[in-house]
Design a binder for this molecule. Structure first.
Ligand code: SAM
Length: 323
């Protein structure tokens, strides 16, 4: 059966020239500076409801992905990278190093669930929506730790996805384990899956990966450092602006492996926007969803600092638009 053509919202108003408050006032700026559009879920839905068929350029949507995903057309996304809440269930409010300094753990509000059942319901819902929007030849990556990845793996399979690989991101510089009662937690797991067992023609750039790996076939253990140095987003006092910012090298490998130039990449849990920043640098289009306004502002700043990609015509610059 023929897959219906995706129907896209057309940007309802402003095209960003860089950092700006979200949501933006309803106005039209006929110039694209950095090639992305920040939208509220309402704008995004309004475009979808109008049935506009113009594919959007890169889009940042501030909202709950459970709501936003429902506005995205079925079968329209080439690649999904999801870094969902971990449900860490941190019981120790004040974890300290031997020198008594405070450990910067993941105790954020966005990581709080009332228990496994609550977390599983949430996971089932976003996995189902991601599967609906994923193209039959597309694939999804989900990253997590021992706290959540086993539950996510089971729910992925229950939802109908077909797991292709799991990859261990081995952290070359993990956070030390201070209390000496467990192993140092030095890796995260990525699951790579396709939409269904029968899905065919999944993008896998075998040769490019082999080249990256000194001529040898790429393995499923990736040795990469955690996000640090100039890449890590911090405030003026040096405090991390997000507790779980992923390294760009990790996303570069994911995108190199499983997407092609111009593909549309979705990140439903954007955080600091690592996926979109790397996608944009690599010539992929992106949609990112992030619930927290502060993180959306970080993303806007980050994308604005990238060198502009080739210009995308704004709606009122297209030949068919009224003057
Ligand atoms: C693990 S972090 C992602 C970090 C990101 N990969 C990066 O490199 O910065 C998860 C993010 O998902 C966001 N989030 C949690 N629940 C959400 C939801 N229902 N919809 C949209 N974003 C959500 C959180 O605010 C948080 O920033």
């Amino acid at each position: 059966m023929a897959v219906p053509a995706p129907r896209w919202p057309e940007p309802a108003h402003a095209i960003s020239e860089g950092p700006s408050p979200i949501p933006l006032p309803p106005r039209r700026v006929p110039v694209v500076r950095h090639g992305y559009v920040p939208l509220s879920p309402e704008d995004f839905n309004a475009g979808a409801a109008l049935g506009l068929s113009t594919p959007p350029p890169n889009v940042l949507i501030q909202g709950d992905c459970l709501e936003v995903l429902s506005f995205i057309p079925a079968n329209s996304i080439d690649l999904i990278f999801a870094d969902p809440p971990y449900n860490l269930q941190l019981r120790t409010a004040d974890l300290r190093r031997p020198n008594n300094s405070l450990v910067d753990g993941v105790d954020d509000q966005w990581d709080q669930f009332s228990g496994f059942e609550d977390y599983d319901r949430f996971t089932e819902r976003w996995l189902a929506e991601c599967r609906r929007v994923l193209s039959p030849s597309g694939s999804i990556w989900v990253i997590g730790t021992y706290h959540n990845i086993f539950r996510v793996g089971r729910l992925l399979q229950d939802a109908g996805y077909w797991i292709l690989n799991s990859v261990a991101w081995v952290k070359t510089n993990p956070m030390p384990h201070f209390r000496g009662v467990r192993f140092t937690n030095a890796h995260e797991t990525l699951i790579w899956a396709k939409k269904s067992e029968g899905a065919r023609k999944i993008t896998f750039n075998y040769r490019a990966l082999k080249e990256l790996n000194g001529g040898k076939q790429m393995r499923s253990d990736w040795y990469l450092s955690i996000c640090g140095g100039a890449e890590r987003l911090r405030d003026a006092t040096g405090r991390k602006l997000h507790s779980t910012q992923k390294p760009e090298a990790l996303l570069e490998r994911v995108l190199l492996a499983t997407s092609r130039p111009d593909d549309l990449v979705l990140d439903p849990f954007a955080g600091t926007g690592t996926t979109g920043a790397v996608a944009q640098r690599m010539g992929r289009r992106w949609i990112m969803v992030e619930r927290e306004p502060d993180y959306c502002r970080l993303i806007q700043d980050r994308i604005a600092r990238l060198s502009p990609p080739s210009p995308v015509p704004a709606p009122d610059e297209t030949p068919s638009s009224p003057a």
